[in-house]
Structure formats: C-alpha cells, structure tokens
Design a protein around this ligand. Sequence first.
Ligand code: CP
Ligand code: NVA
Length: 308
Amino acid sequence: MPHFLDLASVTAPALRAILDEAHRRKAARRGLPKGTPDSDAPLAGHTLAMFFEKPSTRTRFSFDMAMRQLGGTSIVTSAGEMQLGRGETVADTARVLGRMVDAVMIRTNSHATLEGLAENAGVPVINALTDISHPCQVMADIMTYEEVAGLPVAGSCWAYLGDGNNMANSLIEAASVLRFDLRLGVPHGYDPDQAVMATAGCRGGAIDLVRSAAAAVDGADVVVTDTWVSMGQTEARDKIAALQPFQVTAALLAKASPNALFLHCLPAHRGEEVTAEVIDGPQSRVWDEAENRLHIQKAILLWCLGKL
Ligand code: CP
Ligand code: NVA
C-alpha cells in the first residue's frame, strides 16, 4: 500500500517522480482559474478524507484544492467532530473510512495514531503533520528550491536553524534519501528525534548537528527555520532563551551563499525565529513555498493512488 507516512519510507525514485510531476503540473496549468480542474482530471471519481487533530491553514486548503484540481472531491473534518473524539479507536475509524473513501489524510498529535490508521485503513494514508514529522511540507520546500535554483536538490547545501522538531526530522530524512547536505543549528537539549538521526546516519547522508548558527549557515544554498513552539507545546522561557542565538537575522543570512533562499513552513513569528527583515526581504521565498504545498500535494495524491 503506497502510504505517504515519512520521507525515509518512500524510495528516492518515487520522491523524484513526485517532484517532477509537481513541477510539470504547476507549469501546465499556469493562468487557469484556481478552481478549474487540470485537463486530464486524473482523480475524477476519487474522494480524500481529511481529518485534523490540530489547527491548519495551508495543509487544509492545499489538499482540498489539490483534489478539486485533480478532478476529485474531499471531505474535511476535525477529529473532535468524529466519534474518535468520544473514544472510538483509531483502528475502527480507519476500517470504516477505508470502506468509504479512496485515501485518508491525517494531522495528528501522535505518530502512533498515523501508523495505526495506515495499518487498518486498507487505502493510502498521508501524513499531514505529526509530533515526529511533516513530510509533505518538506517536499514543498524542496520543490521551491528546485524551482528557484533551476537545479535538482541533490548536491545542494541546506541549513536548518532552531528547534529539533517535526520539520527538522523530515528534513533529515529528505537529505538522506535525496542526497543533499544538511547542517542543523540546534541548541543542546532540543535535538531532532534520535531514531530519525540514527536511520539517516546509517544511510550515509551528509547530515551534521552543529551548535552554532553561523557554522550551520556558512555558504548554504537554503536557510530554513520553524516556529520555536510547535502546536501542542507550552511556551517555556528556557527554551526560548536557548533558541535565541539561532534566530535568522539579516546578518546571519549574509553568511550563507549570496543567492541563498530563506524558507519557513509558516505560520511565522516575526521577532522570534526570524526577523521581519528576513522573512519579508528579497531572499525569502515563503509565499512560493506555501503555494507549492498545493502542487506537491497533487503529486503525492497521484503517487498514493497509483497514477504516477
Ligand atoms: N505549514 C503548515 O503545515 O501550515 P498549516 O499548519 O497552516 O497547515
Ligand atoms: N513545527 C510546527 C510546524 C507547523 C506547520 C508545529 O508542529 O506546530
């Protein structure tokens, strides 16, 4: 079953095919009204179920519009509105949804919920963010780099600054599968997931955990950060203090390659993980990155449904 659960569990050729399809479809529909289906409407007759245990703007709209542009439909709900919120098990929910829809997308607090859904649904399941990973977002980031640079991601050099969170974990997996260099500027105590690091290390990727923001960004092609307080976490003063030296400022970005792009999955907190000068400045590609959620989602859906 072609689930899209994590980047380490999808092969490099499959990730490459997804990226190529996203670039191709984006170019092919340029100028069309956003609600007009792609000319081939490859998912006509297909329905995606989406459910959210956490808030979302980009993921929710991009998957919904992705299904419309592919000629299919979607059903969106929050987990709290489902019987899941009253104690029905993930396994039973999965068995029911799998009888009614063609694929399921979930944003959940716990990676184990995602895995339980995938084990029982009998249809492809897509990870739209868990506590451990955010693979769809990182694919959109890679698409954005390739679009701006005009080059495949392999061989490029990325710097991630901040909390060793779900975004950091998915970047680590992407770097190891798609073969780009990744330097993680992360303070002690906020490291990425140990199992993710160990698996990526085993694959021989060039992934370095450094404790200095300047060392992380030195000559990098891409500088990426994320919120210091993820959904479901409580704001802690000692965490903010530890992360402060990893704030992306104009002075820090100046140490990257002169053409480096700045990425952020959003929502952003200007004055915390990034200054307004950087995120609203000329090297920032965050709006392209947000738009590319739509284009990459379409390619991920096509791969999951055997259309790539
Ligand atoms: N980047 C991202 O996943 O955004 P949302 O939380 O708005 O979906
Ligand atoms: N790390 C963030 C990503 C938001 C898209 C979070 O989990 O809240």
